[in-house]
Design a protein around this ligand. Structure first.
Ligand code: AMO
Length: 430
């Protein structure tokens, strides 16, 4: 007989269930336990005299979180949680669980964060925690659907790299056959090189690494980056249009595909309306200047600035907004500069940066001079600069933090909750 999941059980039919013992109750002549599987819960009922004595003895020895398989007949029941109960004919112990459990994962998501991550496999038995990862899965499917339907080609570029693109401070070094190498901070240089290949529109979904020194609700040391790059663009507006479409597409798909999961975590989401507000950096400074957060023209936006801006934008009805025309001095060398300003953009949602990108500098000589002005040695980037020598189209793109996107969709305080085994400055195991 094929396995039946709990949500497939119908009164009047036979079933084979496999799962964990979530609860046991003994009312003397009546014993029952709740079996939990990936899809939910079901009650297994044993009435003395109505089922073989061997099965009663089997249940007497059961403990919480034992793995069992149950073959039986499903019957309608007013008392059972879903209106159905299973009367067992055969039961097998697949594995015994130790007692006591090191973690109580029943009910609401518990505090005791360290313990939860130490025993993440148990933490995930909480349906609310599991729902986050189902939503994460569907988010990535939605991201792929958007790109595939918009003419993007998925690529994979190296994780082990000889040079970083996002500054030396957050590089993780490693030894690569007696040479120094690094874990990538971003596929930046490789995705740009692809623009000289003729593939025109590419995307990559992959892990990137940052040796972040601080502990915040939005930083981890390893995160999943959704990177896109498109050629023959007129300006950064073409990049923002892709982000408009991507975010709306994801929210639309999630609303449809994750009804149950959103209900489990008690979350309601609306599909945002595009195009999102474009707000120039200079206007951000003017807006924040009237508030009690200290910032001057040329400063990057830190957590308190982003939060405050999020509040101000929410009042104006904008949950999603772009910050455009950043100062040249705070944007990396690969962004196209426009005098004191740049064509770099960020996309924020309710005070949290979700994506960053812009139009790139595609003119070789200009690129080399910006590199030098930012104190970089162009010789170290020869492999990258070569791609600009034999016909490089105008191009632009973005990197989007997939974990932060899931964080916003599920509405959870800390980004690490969206990662199975998060890496932070003090978390390397498990
Ligand atoms: P940036 O460094 O802004 O840009 O990163 C892109 C996006 O990645 C997410 N992010 C993080 N998420 C979790 N933990 C972190 N430590 C972390 N750091 C960044 C954010 C951010 O917006 N190469 C450029 C992108 C480009 O221009 O195409 C880059 O990596 O959501």
């Amino acid at each position: 007989m094929e396995r039946t999941y709990t949500h497939e059980v119908k009164a009047g039919s036979r079933c084979l269930l496999k799962g964990w013992v979530a609860q046991i109750r003994d009312l003397g002549g009546l014993k029952f336990f709740i079996l939990r599987d990936r899809e939910g819960f079901i009650q297994v009922t044993l009435k003395k005299g109505a089922v073989p004595q061997g099965l009663i003895e089997f249940v007497n020895k059961l403990g919480r979180e034992d793995c069992v398989s149950v073959t039986g007949e499903a019957k309608e029941s007013k008392q059972a949680p879903n209106g159905v109960e299973v009367i067992p004919e055969k039961m097998e112990l697949v594995s015994k669980a130790r007692s006591p459990l090191p973690l109580d994962f029943d009910g609401k998501i518990q505090s005791g964060v360290d313990k939860r991550f130490d025993y993440r496999f148990l933490d995930l038995r909480n349906p609310q925690v599991q729902a986050i990862f189902r939503i994460r899965d569907k988010t990535l499917t939605a991201v792929r659907n958007y790109f595939e339907s918009s003419g993007f080609v998925e690529v994979q570029t190296p994780i082990i790299q000889a040079a970083g693109a996002e500054g030396g401070a957050t590089l993780f070094p490693l030894i690569y056959y007696q040479k120094e190498a690094f874990l990538r901070q971003s596929p930046q240089l490789y995705k740009q090189m692809m623009m000289a290949s003729g593939l025109d529109r590419i995307y990559e979904i992959g892990s990137v690494f940052r040796a972040e020194k601080f502990h915040t609700r939005r930083h981890v040391s390893e995160f999943l980056s959704v990177d896109a790059e498109l050629a023959w663009i007129d300006s950064e507006e073409d990049v923002m249009r892709v982000l408009d479409g991507l975010i709306c597409g994801v929210y639309k798909d999630i609303r449809k595909a994750c009804r149950t999961e959103l209900e489990i975590i008690g979350r309601k989401i609306d599909v945002p309306e595009a195009p999102f507000k474009r707000l120039a950096y200079d206007d951000v400074i003017k807006l924040l200047g009237k508030e009690d957060v200290k910032i001057e023209w040329g400063d990057d936006l830190d957590d308190p600035h982003e939060k405050k801006l999020g509040e101000l934008m929410a009042k104006k009805g904008h949950d999603w907004y772009f910050i455009t025309k950043y100062p040249a001095k705070i944007k990396p060398f690969y962004i196209m500069m426009d005098g004191d300003h740049s064509r770099g953009i960020d996309l924020d949602n309710q005070g949290l940066e979700i994506a960053s990108g812009g139009q790139r500098e595609h003119r070789h000589d200009k690129l080399v001079s910006v590199m030098k002005s930012k104190g970089l040695d162009p010789h170290k980037f020869e492999f990258f600069l070569n791609a600009f020598l034999w016909g490089m189209p105008s191009h632009g793109g973005f990197g989007l933090g997939a974990d932060r996107l899931v964080q916003q969709i599920v509405g959870i305080e800390h980004v690490r909750e969206t990662i199975l085994f998060p890496r932070t400055p003090d978390k390397l195991v498990p």
